[in-house]
Ligand binder design. Structure first.
Ligand SMILES: [Zn+2]
Ligand SMILES: [Zn+2]
Length: 408
C-alpha cells in the first residue's frame, strides 16, 4: 500500500527546509567517532519531534518513539565524514578540519553521503511523529557514528544498546550512491561484501644507498610482496568465487640514498563467503612471511586494522519490502540488484541479536549525469546532484519500510 497522501504532502511542503538541513550537515562533517556537533544537532531535533533520546557508543544517538501496541522496528543512519578535501565547487562545500587518531590534521568531507542519511532519517522521524494515525508500535532510530572505520555499530552494541531499548523485529537502512535519483537498488540475500583491512610492516636492514650488500632492502622486499599478493586473486581464488585485494598505501624511506629499515603498506580484502575469505587471509599471511624468508629479512608484522561483516538482507523481509517499495515508488523506481563489493557495519545490529534486516541503495544523481559518469562515494568530487529527489525518495523508502512493518 502506498503512503497516505497526507504524509507525502507534508514531506513535499517541508522539502526546502530539508535541503537546507542537508546542506547544514554537508558543511559540517566530522571524522569517525568525533561526531559531537552532529550528534548534538540530531538530538536537539529528534527531541523536538517528541522522541526519547540518549547518547550511545560515544557520539551515537538512539531515538525512540512509542505509539501504542504493535511491533518494534529500527532504522539506522550513519553520521561520519571522511578525511577528504572537498573539491565539488558548490557554495555549501565543506571547509571543516579534523584531527585523525595519529594527530594528523586533515580536511573533512561528507564524501560518502552520510549527510543524506542523517537528513533522511531525521525527516522520517519527524513524519512518523506527525502522523501517528498511520502506524502503531515503537520505532527506534539508530544514528550511528564511525561507520567508515567499522567502529560505531560495535561501540553502540558494547554500550548495551539492546538492553536499553526494546529488541526490534526488523532493522532497515539505506546508502546513497551514484544511481538515478528517484530509484533504489535492493539486493536479496548477500548485499555487501565482508572487508578486512590489514597493515603489513616489512622489516629490513638499514644501510647507505651505495652499499645495498649491507642492507636488507624493505622497499624491494615490499614490492615483491605487493606483486605476489596479486596472485591471491588470480591464482588462489576459484573463478566461481570473488575476492578483491587492493593495496592502496605503501610508505618507506625519506631520502633516495638511505635504504630504510622498514616499509609499511596496507591491504584491503573484500569477499562474500567465509571460506573464500579464510583462504585469502591464509594466502596473504603465507606470501608475506614467505617473501620475507626468501629475502632473509626479520619476521614482518601483520596487523588487523579492522574488519566489516557481511551485510545479508533477509530474503523474506526483503521480498516483502520490495513489493511495498514497488507500490510506493512504482515498478521503475525499484531495481533488484546483485551484491556490491562495498562494505558496511550496519549488519552488526541485527547479527548480534538474530534480527533480520534490509539495507538498500538510494540514487542521488540525475539520469543525465549518471549516463555521463559521476564521481563515486569517497571521491573529493562526490556530490548527489539531485539531492532534492534523493532526499524525497529516501524518506518515502524509509517510511514505506517502517510503516508497512508497523501495523497490528
Ligand atoms: Zn564510505
Ligand atoms: Zn558510507
Amino acid at each position: 500500500m502506498p503512503l497516505n497522501p497526507a504524509v507525502t504532502e507534508d514531506l513535499d511542503a517541508y522539502l526546502d527546509e530539508l535541503v537546507d538541513l542537508y546542506k547544514h550537515f554537508h558543511r559540517t562533517p566530522e571524522l569517525s567517532m568525533q561526531e559531537h556537533q552532529t550528534a548534538a544537532r540530531i538530538r536537539e531535533l529528534v527531541e523536538g519531534y517528541g522522541y526519547t533520546a540518549f547518547a550511545s557508543g560515544g557520539t551515537g544517538v538512539v531515538a525512540t518513539l512509542e505509539n501504542g501496541d504493535g511491533p518494534v522496528i529500527a532504522y539506522r543512519a550513519d553520521t561520519d565524514g571522511l578525511p577528504i578535501e572537498e573539491d565539488t565547487g558548490v557554495d555549501y562545500a565543506s571547509t571543516a578540519q579534523g584531527t585523525l587518531p595519529d594527530g594528523t590534521t586533515t580536511a573533512v568531507m561528507h564524501g560518502c553521503g552520510h549527510d543524506t542519511h542523517i537528513t533522511v532519517a531525521l525527516e522520517t522521524a519527524r513524519l512518523l511523529a506527525e502522523h501517528r494515525d498511520q502506524w502503531t508500535g515503537t520505532v527506534i532510530f539508530l544514528f550511528q557514528p564511525g561507520e567508515e572505520i567499522s567502529a560505531g555499530a560495535s561501540a553502540m552494541l558494547a554500550d548495551g544498546l539492546w538492553d536499553r531499548v526494546p529488541k526490534p523485529s526488523a532493522i532497515f537502512g539505506q546508502h546513497v550512491w551514484p544511481g538515478v535519483a528517484g530509484t533504489v537498488n535492493v539486493s536479496v540475500g548477500t548485499a555487501m561484501a565482508m572487508a578486512d583491512s590489514l597493515e603489513v610492516t616489512v622489516r629490513g636492514k638499514q644501510a647507505h644507498g651505495s652499499q645495498p650488500e649491507n642492507a636488507i632492502d624493505p622497499v624491494v622486499l615490499g614490492a615483491f610482496m605487493v606483486t605476489r599478493l596479486q596472485t591471491v586473486v588470480s591464482r588462489e581464488t576459484s573463478a566461481r568465487d570473488s575476492v578483491v585485494l587492493t593495496i592502496a598505501t605503501f610508505h618507506a624511506g625519506l631520502k633516495e640514498n638511505i635504504i630504510p629499515d622498514r616499509a609499511v603498506f596496507t591491504i584491503n580484502l573484500r569477499s562474500f563467503d567465509e571460506k573464500v575469505r579464510a583462504r585469502a587471509l591464509e594466502a596473504i599471511e603465507r606470501i608475506v612471511r614467505g617473501e620475507a624468508a626468501v629475502a632473509g629479512a626479520p619476521e614482518p608484522e601483520i596487523r588487523q586494522m579492522y574488519e566489516f561483516p557481511r551485510c545479508y538482507n533477509d530474503p523474506e523481509l526483503t521480498g516483502r519490502l520490495l513489493s511495498s517499495l514497488r507500490d510506493e515508488l512504482g515498478p521503475d523506481g525499484v531495481n533488484e540488484a546483485p551484491p556490491v563489493t562495498g562494505s558496511e557495519d550496519v549488519g552488526r545490529f541485527g547479527d548480534e541479536i538474530g534480527v533480520p534486516y534490509t539495507y538498500w541503495f538510494l540514487g542521488g544523481h540525475t539520469a543525465e549525469s549518471v549516463a555521463a559518469g559521476v564521481a563515486g562515494n569517497h571521491s573529493p568530487m562526490f556530490l548527489p546532484d539531485d539531492v532534492r529527489t534523493a532526499l524525497r525518495t529516501g524518506v518515502r523508502s524509509a517510511l514505506t519500510a517502517l510503516v508497512s512493518n508497523l501495523q497490528k
